[in-house]
Design a protein around this ligand. Structure first.
Ligand SMILES: *Cc1c(COP(=O)(O)O)cnc(C)c1O
Length: 752
């Protein structure tokens, strides 16, 4: 049957009479039916990617692409005067992730399927996700993100498992999301839930009774853990996730007729950060229940499991009080204690290597490192820091377990779907080979001196800026000029990512313009990102940005030259709209603190030039594009680590020594912002910058302002800038998540 006829059967009325939501719903039915008919991938060995987050983004467009019917569907709509964009708007973005770690998991599932490897994701079906961000009085408020209402791609499988939490038995339910590979086959993302979860217990934003596990277990991702009940809830969630994963794995293995004594021949498990770490003792527990000895179970599980570290921030390395684990998962305590004892015996009681510390806290990452066969960082620099600084005691005894897997992104979403005009033009220039082997993008360098091609790329960028400007007008009510320079920093709000440094630059530029030093081309500074609900300083930074937005956009002396936009509720959809429009990609974390970053890769692929520190994957971007095609500033990670070790950084020195730093920092509590904002929040921010500044904003700010000035100056040399842009796209092939997944498979999973 033709696609058109098949679609007509779902729509049940002529396209010309159908509303956008009717068309959307019919398309979901069509996609679900088409994908159910695809063969499931089978290999000799299967990987399970367990993760607290899967930031999958909207499914419709990407699934149409991977089913190979996007263009045909698009033509069908166009012939009836309907825009695909308007249909895609009907879909609510799944709220199953927080930031880069969750987006990485989603890109990996896409690549695993595309490479025809058998691999499923396992996670939780959060009803309200992280939260939906709103701004009122220039402050962030959190409300539930009700993404499950309305039609979506989830399937209720009817599969149940029993999970024991604090001695009580709960019955889970498994929902599946199809993961369609680019070549027409599929894997699955399994999302577990409890039928008893009660959305009506949420009140006053995102508050709820943290003790009522039957009703609250899967309401939110990362519920507030600033008190004991919040921490217990996190443990409940983590155990619920892995207990379901472990049962699913053993069920599938038994159905395949495999002997679980040789589980390591058939199964690989990737532990994405420490949230799924309890899979180790839980899987051991189930194997022991089948009659396998503790020692043998530990060997099997170590050969199956591999651990990915995503951060060196101490607060992100989970340590649970043993007493909390005793309360929630008493069944695991003998095993965790057994593992701790085994590590104690193996390393003569070395406290650096102990799983349970002298305060009776269980270090999840340490359990992972002892009882998995692979430990990887997510960019070359990050892995080196793990080996020689953060995890040095473990590297000393397990050197061969350590390996690097530089992150990647799926070009199907972040080029083909989000920037179709560029994607089509690349096809026209070099053919479609880059879609299966991204290194082919280097063939674009043939056009380095072809003015027609370069000008066409500039025109595509301009169209993307018009499109982003429309979204900004529609969603934020702010008029921005597509002829201005789009300077973009979109990512979670965190002091280490240093949005505050960019905001201080905005003040610096505002003051320059006020003094008559206008930029040659107007600049639009775009921010976007959520702050964790309990993270005061991140909320203060949002407040500052929103106050600057108000001040600057309404100042007739300044607004023609400088605009500030804070996007509300940053998510994958907004990333897809803004990334293709970016000229300058802000990747300005304090060196050593951003493990990899993946936003940096999306921007580069879409022809933006990076302004960044020598941190995370920025280092690898620099090595690929060369110093002429990137702007690097600030202290190196070695210098920063040296300052931490020697306690040698005092922000006050910088504040008092430099008149210009003094001036921009004091602006936070000056009359202009005090008239608009909350003086306590802005005062706290200023105070923190002067007296604490844990992430060393004032250390790098002068170098940042100077190098940003150079970038803005170079932008005026259009002939040069368009070549920089071309080189960035051409060199981005390395950052395809297909490459990353090939490496995981060769070095860690060994599927097929
Ligand atoms: C890519 C992405 C991120 C990660 O961005 P970084 O700049 O690497 O922190 C976070 N959120 C969303 C929605 C993304 O698409």
């Amino acid at each position: 049957m033709s696609l058109e006829n098949e679609f007509a059967e779902y729509l049940k009325k002529p396209l010309s009479n159908a509303s956008a939501s009717e068309i959307y719903e019919a398309m979901v039915d069509l996609v679900k039916a088409r994908s159910a008919a695809l063969p499931k991938i089978r290999s000799n060995k299967k990987v399970y990617y367990i993760s607290a987050e899967f930031l999958v983004g909207k499914q419709l467009g990407k699934n149409l692409i991977n089913l190979g019917i996007y263009d045909e569907m698009n033509r069908l709509l166009s012939a009836n005067g309907i825009r695909m964009e308007d249909i895609e708007k009907e879909e609510k973005e799944p709220s199953l992730g927080n930031g880069g770690l969750g987006r990485l998991a989603a890109c990996f599932l896409d690549s695993i399927a595309t490479l025809d490897l058998e691999g499923d994701g396992v996670g939780l079906n959060y009803h309200f996700g992280l939260f939906k961000q709103q701004f009122r009085d220039r402050k962030q408020y959190e409300v539930p993100d009700e993404w499950l209402s309305g039609k979506n791609m989830l399937r209720d499988t009817g599969v149940h498992f029993e999970v024991s939490l604090a001695g009580k038995t709960y019955e889970s339910r498994m929902y599946d999301l199809d993961v369609i590979g680019y070549h027409g086959n599929r894997n699955t993302l399994h999302l577990f839930d409890l039928d008893t979860v009660d959305e009506s217990i949420v009140h006053d934003g995102i508050a709820f009774d943290k003790t009522d596990i039957a009703k609250n277990l899967t309401l939110f991702l990362y519920p507030d853990d600033s008190d004991k009940n919040g921490q217990l809830l996190r443990i409940y969630q983590q155990y619920f996730m892995v207990a379901n994963a472990a049962q699913l794995i053993l069920k599938e293995e038994k159905e395949k007729g495999h002997d679980i004594r040789h589980l390591d021949r058939y199964v690989a498990i990737q532990i994405n950060d420490t949230h799924p770490s309890l899979i180790i003792p839980e899987l051991m527990r189930l194997l022991i229940n089948e009659g396998i000895t503790l020692k043998h179970a530990a060997d099997i599980v170590s050969n199956v499991c591999a651990y990915t570290n995503h951060t060196i921030l101490a607060e992100a390395l989970e340590k649970w009080p043993l007493s909390y684990l005793m309360q929630v998962v008493p069944q695991l305590i003998p095993i965790i204690e057994g593992l701790d004892y085994a590590a104690y015996c193996a390393f003569n009681g070395n406290p650096d290597l102990a799983i349970i510390d002298d305060q009776n806290r269980v270090h999840m990452a340490k359990m992972d490192m002892h009882f998995s066969h692979s430990i990887n960082g997510v960019a070359a620099l990050h892995t080196e820091i793990l080996k020689h600084q953060e995890l040095k005691p473990f590297y000393n005894v397990y050197a061969s377990k350590f390996n690097n897997k530089t992150n990647g992104i799926t070009f199907r979403r972040f080029l083909m779907h989000s920037n179709p005009e560029l994607s089509d033009y690349i096809d026209h220039l070099i053919g479609e080979g880059w879609k299966s082997d991204a290194n082919h993008l280097e063939e674009l360098l043939r056009y380095y001196n072809d003015e027609n091609v370069l000008d066409h790329l500039v025109e595509i960028k301009y169209h993307n800026k018009q499109r982003a400007a429309r979204l900004i007008k529609e969603r934020e009510g702010i008029e921005v000029d597509p002829n201005s320079i789009f300077d973009v920093q979109i990512k979670r709000m965190h002091e280490y990512k240093r949005q505050q440094m960019n905001a201080l630059w905005v003040i610096y530029k505002y003051l320059m313009i006020k003094r008559g030093q206008k930029p040659m081309t107007p600049i639009t500074v775009i921010f976007g990102g959520k702050a964790a609900p309990a993270y005061t300083m991140a909320k203060n930074i949002i407040h500052l940005i929103l106050c600057l937005q108000e001040l600057i956009n309404n100042d007739p002396d300044v607004a023609p030259w400088l605009k500030v936009v804070m996007l509300t509720n940053y998510n994958v959809h907004k990333a897809e709209a803004v990334v293709p429009a970016c000229d300058i990609s802000e990747q300005i974390s304090l060196a050593s603190k951003e493990a990899s970053g993946t936003g940096n890769m999306k921007f580069m692929l879409n022809g933006a030039v990076t302004l960044g520190t020598a941190d995370g994957a920025n280092v690898e971007i620099r090595n690929l594009v060369g110093m002429d095609n990137i702007y690097i500033f600030g202290k190196t990670s070695d210098e920063v680590i040296g300052l931490y070790n020697s306690h040698g950084y005092h922000s006050a020195d910088f504040y008092y020594r430099s008149a210009s730093i003094h001036e921009i920092v004091d602006f936070l509590t000056g009359p202009e912002l005090s008239a608009i904002g909350d003086v306590n929040m802005l005062g706290e921010l200023r105070e923190n910058l002067i007296n604490k500044d844990w992430f060393m904003t004032l250390l790098d700010i002068e170098s940042y302002c100077a190098v940003k000035e150079t970038a803005l100056y170079d932008y005026e040399n259009r002939a040069w800038w368009k070549r920089k842009s071309l080189v960035n796209t051409a060199k981005a092939g390395f950052f395809s998540s297909d490459r990353t997944i090939r490496e995981y498979n060769w070095d860690i999973w060994n599927l097929k």
